[in-house]
Design a protein around this ligand. Sequence first.
Ligand SMILES: CCCCCCCCCCCCCC(=O)SCCNC(=O)CCNC(=O)[C@H](O)C(C)(C)COP(=O)(O)OP(=O)(O)OC[C@H]1O[C@@H](n2cnc3c(N)ncnc32)[C@H](O)[C@@H]1OP(=O)(O)O
Ligand SMILES: CCCCCCCC/C=C\CCCCCCCC(=O)OC[C@@H](O)COP(=O)(O)O
Length: 271
Amino acid sequence: MDVVWMLLLLLLFPLLMWTSSTFVFYFKKFFYVAWMMFLAIVGIPICLLKSGGRDVENMRIIRSMVRHVKYLFGLRIEVSGWEHLQTEGPYVIISNHQSSLDVLGMMEILPDRCTTIAKKELVYAGTVGLICWLAGIVFINRKKTSDAKSVMADAAKTMLDEQIRLWVFPEGTRNQNGDLLPFKKGAFHLAVQAQVPIIPVVFSSYSSFYLRKEKQFKSGVIRLRILPKIETKGLTSDEVSCLSDQSHSLMRTAFLEISGLVAKSNGPLKH
Ligand SMILES: CCCCCCCCCCCCCC(=O)SCCNC(=O)CCNC(=O)[C@H](O)C(C)(C)COP(=O)(O)OP(=O)(O)OC[C@H]1O[C@@H](n2cnc3c(N)ncnc32)[C@H](O)[C@@H]1OP(=O)(O)O
Ligand SMILES: CCCCCCCC/C=C\CCCCCCCC(=O)OC[C@@H](O)COP(=O)(O)O
């Protein structure tokens, strides 16, 4: 009986993969999470052996382990503006955030000694949470602004003391609305407090291959554009809003351009 069920399942699987895009969506999502969990299981002991604990150098291990994942999902990543990452010392990278698939583009260009800021819930994501912690990811509680601010102020100091770069998603959450959300201020305070440059990175829209609401996940191309750095030397907290608006406008223009979209209006985005 078991054999009959097995055969039926084996026949049903390709049939569903062929006929149902919703099935493909859930299967690929499940496989993505499962594969990342598995990679983390392999990566954790390597991190522990190499650096003995929590260390930003472990990001190199994650980077090299994650780079093949794009091929499993038929994704091509086209990067432009590599020269803008040729900057010595610490800086803050800011990028738009559409999905957990952003990790693939992130690992494609992640510079050495660069870790990221993530919501604290990620630390509970099983083996992925543990490897994130080992790689020095800074966890913030988004529901408690004062806590998040003080963690980020500490991060500004650590960046300088330990020559670390930080990747922040200034939209503060995943967003697939075909545009950028208004930016939160943390990344800009961080850069101003540490007096380090900001390097904006823009991911093109995933809407041609990945649609969460419509349950679609096909093969496709991700265009990644690295923009010229924005200096913050001499800026104070009074200029943070202006810095945020300037970055938003540059990134929005690049986002629309590399996504083949046209701006609906040049005015400020509405919440
Ligand atoms: C093999 C396995 C692989 C594993 C994969 C590994 C890769 C994993 C990748 C993981 C990827 C995971 C990706 C993820 O998890 S993305 C989600 C987590 N990341 C973020 O949320 C980052 C962006 N968020 C912020 O920057 C927010 O600002 C925070 C959270 C800090 C506050 O939120 P809030 O909603 O409250 O925002 P607000 O910006 O309106 O600020 C309110 C006021 O506070 C002022 N203010 C703000 N900040 C500072 C500051 N630092 N010093 C002094 N003041 C500061 C600000 O000026 C404003 O005042 P005013 O101007 O109105 O007077
Ligand atoms: C004990 C088992 C728990 C299982 C949980 C599975 C966790 C996911 C595991 C693997 C996914 C691959 C690595 C992805 C890391 C990226 C995480 C991410 O993109 O977080 C979302 C966050 O930026 C914004 O969150 P919201 O949109 O505000 O919400």
